[in-house]
Ligand binder design. Structure first.
Ligand code: CU
Length: 415
């Protein structure tokens, strides 16, 4: 009798630790989310990329146009073409926070690689606004006529802006350190989009009425070659993790892959009607193409070329995708690093239902003891981690069980 009780107890314990291990695993493997701006119904569709479904819809400023994520994937910026605002979305909760008042008819957005500056093409005011993302304040303004889209090179030093001023179409090259226009690359047709290559040595630009991608050398700031495509290419961008690039070709409704080294077209994958934009996952395996004419999103497995369509809102234009798994959602929202005998951050704010993971990134063993008596860890060796899910709102203190002077707090707000 006693023996079997004991066995049952052991089983329960091992089942419990298996469950704990599982929950820690699922917290770390949170899938990245994709965001689609629906131009005509003023919303953003949130896509659960693992399930391939719309998990939420967020109201944003009128005419969602430009979209960009912070490098850590935690904040999404959406410009409202028909407003004077840039909506700011907290991606952990997928809710809008206070918008930025940026000026009339904001079009394209670009984020500095370090995430500290946001560039806003303020179309109707003929200027680029420079915003500090931490304070939410405008810190600069650069005159560029009718700025539409823009790209920042990976080293953060130069930006290229599509200037749609009738009679003098050009790409304005901006030095970001001095916030000055270095030169204008003249074009005979209006520029549409431009994107930097991964090494920063080229910018891929599209212009209205030309069935080719213009490849601009960023050293000489001149067009060095043209990559012929089908009718009306819109965005041409590199894909991480290899030497591929992808072009959204609006006329035939295709996503065309090209070799960024040889600048040759490899294959074209049919997508929806009048595709507008594309984003690719951080591992370079999946492309997301928004289809303005068929109100859906094509999710493409790039290795096999298999396409899955997901219905979104009305007239989807821009699409972005978080670049690292767990960059937001339950896992990203709750990550505490133990480093230099301290918890970082010392105070973490999450939403009820989210899980916090503490990882020992220090050289010494630590532990975790919760003030409310919830299960922590008596010993957390370097490299180990432990998780806790918070379902109730409140303020939760904890300490290191090995070094009680190490304190931390999790503040949980209601959903
Ligand atoms: Cu400690």
């Amino acid at each position: 009798m006693r023996f079997s009780k004991c066995r049952a107890g052991l089983l329960t314990l091992s089942a419990l630790s298996a469950l704990l291990a599982l929950s820690a695993l699922s917290a770390q493997a949170a899938d990245p989310k994709a965001y689609v701006g629906n131009f005509k119904d003023n919303t953003v569709s949130v896509i659960d990329t693992a399930k391939g479904v719309v998990s939420a819809t967020i109201a944003v400023a009128a005419g969602p146009h430009g979209m960009v994520l912070s490098p850590d994937g935690r904040r999404l910026y959406v410009s409202g073409d028909g407003s004077s605002q840039v909506s700011v979305i907290d991606t952990a909760s997928d809710t809008a926070t206070r918008p930025l008042e940026v000026g009339k008819a904001p079009h394209g957005l670009a984020m500095a690689p370090d995430g500290k500056r946001l560039l806003v093409a303020v179309y109707a005011e003929d200027r680029i606004g420079v915003w500090d993302t931490a304070s939410g304040a405008q810190v600069g303004s650069i005159a560029v006529a009718k700025p539409h889209t823009l790209a920042i090179l990976p080293d953060g030093k130069k930006a290229y802006v599509a200037s749609q001023q009738p009679g003098s179409f050009s790409l304005a090259v901006i030095d970001l350190a001095t916030a000055t226009v270095l030169r204008q690359i003249a074009l005979d047709k209006p520029p549409r989009d431009l994107e930097a290559s991964l090494d920063g040595r080229a910018v891929y630009a599209t212009v209205a009425g030309e069935n080719a991608v213009l490849v601009i050398d960023t050293t000489s700031d001149s067009v060095v070659t043209r990559l012929a495509t089908g009718a009306s290419p819109h965005i041409a961008a590199p894909i991480k993790g290899g030497k591929l690039g992808g072009v959204v070709v609006q006329g035939p409704g295709e996503y065309t892959l090209f070799d960024v080294g040889t600048l040759t077209v490899l294959r074209s994958i049919p997508v929806g009607k009048q595709p507008h934009w594309a984003a690719t996952s951080g591992d370079g395996r999946t492309a997301y193409v928004s289809n303005e004419g068929s109100n859906d999103l094509s999710i493409i497995d790039l290795a096999s070329g298999t396409v899955r369509q997901v219905a979104v809102g009305v007239a989807p234009r821009k699409v972005v995708v978080q670049q690292q798994a767990g960059s937001a959602g339950s896992a990203g929202a709750g990550r505490v690093s133990i480093i230099n005998f301290a918890f970082a951050p010392g105070e973490l704010r999450i939403v009820a239902g989210q899980t916090v993971t503490w990882s020992n990134d220090d050289g010494a063993p630590h532990g975790l003891a919760h003030a409310d008596g919830a299960r922590g860890a008596d010993l957390l060796l370097p490299g180990a981690s432990v998780s806790r899910r918070y379902d109730q709102a409140g303020s939760f203190d904890y300490i290191c069980s090995v070094h009680p002077y190490m304190t931390g707090k999790v503040v949980v707000s209601a959903r």
